[in-house]
Design a protein around this ligand. Structure first.
Ligand code: C5P
Length: 234
């Protein structure tokens, strides 16, 4: 089972992102590109980072009718990214269409993972605004099971949910987990955090780490510390 640290490159411009990545002269970390950077710079920033030898998780969280998502995924697949994602709320039909669009003529494709319920959605909003009355963790697990049934490779979730997701969807179903902080670091706006070492114990397959690395005085050392704590038994 692959275990890796993914750096969330939440920078507003390509220039800033590439300057940050210039610091990594030896290793080529796995990076996450989100909407802010992608919408500012377009596919070119993906090509530029890929050309430097990084693996890329393109975090665009697609959610539309199945045919549109299928075609969008076909475009993303041509970009040669390694992981892409969508909202499980788009239904199984949308997730299956996404997989079809993502699969290249030779049968290869990027990994496809699902967002279940966003961590910014709480029980109240779910009940009062979305009219979903079941407990939040039950909804998260049901969406994860839908993603697995549609043939997806995993979900984005908290390390605290990784064990439950594996129990429900299988050990090989990937858990990609943000909300990671060093034991002696700042928590910031994340609510439920775990250390890289704890995330490994809990069964996370990939941890997504942003500010503890990007805002560190020594990002390369912070990244290496994450790798040591999270991957040391890999
Ligand atoms: O800086 P930090 O380590 O909090 O960054 C975590 C990254 O993971 C950010 O890009 C954030 O948008 C993303 N994320 C998250 N929680 C989720 C889903 C994604 O923190 N539930």
């Amino acid at each position: 089972m692959a275990k890796d640290v993914i750096i969330a490159c939440d920078f507003p411009s390509g220039e800033e992102t590439l300057r940050f990545l210039d610091r990594f002269t030896g290793e080529k970390p796995f990076v996450k590109i989100g909407m802010e950077l992608f919408y500012a710079e377009g596919p070119q920033i993906v090509r530029a980072i890929k050309a430097r030898g990084h693996q890329i998780f393109l975090d665009l969280k697609l959610h539309d009718i199945p045919n549109t998502v299928k075609k969008a995924m076909r475009s993303l697949s041509a970009l040669d990214v390694d992981i892409v994602n969508l909202h499980a709320a788009g239904t199984r039909a949308m997730m299956e269409a996404a997989l079809e669009g993502l699969t290249r003529p030779d049968g290869s494709r990027p990994l496809l993972i699902a967002v279940t319920q966003l961590t910014s959605t709480d029980q109240r909003a779910m009940e009062e605004e979305l009219l979903i009355e079941r407990p939040l963790d039950e909804v998260v697990m049901a969406y994860a099971a839908n993603a697995a049934a549609a043939g997806l490779d995993g979900v984005v979730c908290s390390p605290l949910e990784a064990g439950k997701v594996h129990a429900r969807c299988g050990e090989s179903f990937l858990t990609v987990t943000p909300g990671v902080r060093f034991a002696d670091g700042e928590v910031g706006d994340q609510k439920r955090v775990t250390t890289p070492a704890r995330a490994r114990e809990l069964g996370s397959d990939y941890i997504v780490v942003g500010r503890p690395i990007t805002q560190s005085a020594d990002p390369v050392a912070a990244y290496q510390r994450c790798v040591e704590e999270f991957c040391h038994e890999c």
